[in-house]
Design a binder for this molecule. Structure first.
Ligand SMILES: [Cu+2]
Length: 191
């Protein structure tokens, strides 16, 4: 609501300023261009996610992830298992109030099938800083084929509001260099 009424009651019959008209045309054309690029990115963007997904029962998924973690846990961080499965093994990650579980350790250059689902509510999985975003629903298991191209520590945050603890909902993926991992192994076995 404006503080004072417009000077002329039929204000919408006034001619549009030339500059404003140019701006509308530019904005419209840009919108059309970006719309077409949604299709173009599919072919040239190399950033399309896999379309593999399955209908599942959330409790079954929970069991699968716990089995996976039990088998391949190498250490713990503040009570959260750090899971390092050998190459070729499918990787499981779950979202729940309020964490991404477990912490994963992957190797650079090794392609992985990553399974992702929620066991309670809808969450938004956002891998940072690379910014890969996937909506995660209970009852749907996504499978993403991912090849880490960079070693380091990556955070997963939740970008879909999921309740009072939403802002604390984080997870972690470590990506190790293959050479580094080879030199690390004897030390880990010696323990
Ligand atoms: Cu959330």
């Amino acid at each position: 609501m404006s503080v004072t009424p417009p000077q002329h009651r039929i204000w919408w019959n006034e001619r549009i300023e030339k500059v404003e008209l140019i701006w509308i045309v530019i904005a419209f054309l840009w919108g059309v261009f970006m719309f077409c690029f949604m299709i173009a990115w599919h072919f040239i963007g190399q950033q399309n996610l896999n379309k593999e997904a399955y209908r599942i029962a959330p409790s079954n998924y929970n069991d699968k992830v716990e089995d996976f973690a039990k088998k391949y846990t190498v250490r713990e961080e503040q009570g959260v298992p750090v899971v390092k499965p050998p190459a070729g093994v499918d990787v499981y990650l779950l979202g729940r109030l309020w964490q991404w579980w477990p912490i994963l350790e992957l190797e650079k250059g090794v392609s992985r099938r990553i399974h992702l689902s929620s066991v309670d509510w809808q969450h938004g999985s956002s891998l940072q800083p690379v910014n890969i975003n996937i909506q995660v629903h209970p009852g749907y298991e996504h499978v993403i084929t991912l090849t880490p191209t960079e070693a380091g520590e990556f955070a997963i945050i939740c970008n879909e509001f999921c309740g009072i603890g939403h802002h604390t909902m984080t997870g972690k993926i470590y990506v190790t260099d293959r050479k580094q991992a080879a030199t690390d192994q004897p030390v880990a076995q010696g323990r």
